[in-house]
Ligand binder design. Sequence first.
Ligand code: GUN
Ligand code: FE
Length: 434
Amino acid sequence: KEEVAFMTRNPATFALRGAVCFSTDPQHLTCLEDAYLVCQNGLTVGVYPQLPEQFHGIPCEDFNNCLIVPGMNDLHLHAPQYAFHGMYMDLELLEWLNTVTFPEEARYADLNYAEKAYSIFTDDIKHSATTRASIFGTLHVDATELLMDLMEKTGLKTFIGKVNMDRNGSLALQEASAVVSAKDTVRWLEETTGKYENVKPILTPRFTPSCSDELMTRLAEIQRTYRLPVQSHLSENQGEIAWVKELCQGTSFYGEAYDQFGLFGGEQCPTIMAHCVYSSDAELSLMKERGVFIAHCPQSNTNLSSGIAPTRRYIEEGLHIGLGTDIAGGHSLSMLRAIADAIQVSKLRWRLVDDSLKPLSLEEAFYMATMGGGAFFGKVGTFAEGYEFDALILDDSKLRHPQPLTARERLERLIYLSDDSCITGKYISGNKIF
Ligand code: GUN
Ligand code: FE
């Protein structure tokens, strides 16, 4: 994973002062009411109640009325779908893909449209709570390269994937064959590898129903040649799972449909699987063995009536788990919203589905948004020594209150009450984004 912590850092030494909150593990949030957060060479040195003597004289920016927290890592979203976020929400997954999503994504064959749409997306995500993300493009090479160019300029650190889909798409949105899909993927990689400081390619077979066995075989070869990470969808919806069972007669669970090609985690193949709402015991145990990251997407799972993932179980079993907005299954780009949604759906699951799995705490959901997802990007997601200096300045002064509040109370309130307009500053690897 160190290998993917690739990107340029700010060489300066400086401090930020404010109320600082960060996770140390899934159950614990450390909150300091007034502290100094020191950055050196783009990495966190430490958090101190008083600035240590050796740092006297370094530049220090005082955010005395603000909270400072680690940046948020969005493990799963679709950039092309941002154009229709908040629309067409009354469908389940497979119908939603066919009637809304595929026609919308087909528009990105037109670079003029892509430029308009992706300019809006990149501007909004730049100013959101997200510092790092793993993003789906479309199957179009040129539009995906345009997205990468635009994301590079935001300073956010992202993985971006040209989508592969050679079956069960539509006339307007499907690659002509496995050979064409693989060829386009290689062209995309040749044109982008090494071109960016902030953006890296990630192999993106859309999901099993979209990719023939021949395509998966070719993609696995490309994965090994270019040593790429992988992102896809897994066990999101009951109809989808039944379909995969039909398509892949030789497999005993959905995850095997990726694993049989070597596209399911392991040392040489860091992998994010979105959703995992209905993963079986066997699927989970293979994910644990392979170190596959789960992108939990509570808002999408609610909008598409997919279900509620047993996140408590995933945390207890020590699986890698982070949060995803899954734009535009999810309607909000805000990772603050994703934290609140993860907590809320876990409460409904506890009350209505399975009272043996206690709901998530604020600590656990905050951990998932920061450290849990951050681990996919290297040492990311907290303010421990040696971690990438990714920080958000959160201004809660517009949320009025009559009583004194602790930093933890302010953080919880911000997560529930604020949109991303409270984010007044952002640092990534020590670089000031705004
Ligand atoms: N499965 C395959 N494609 C998609 C997609 O675009 N969104 C979601 N939520 N699930 C998918
Ligand atoms: Fe998705």
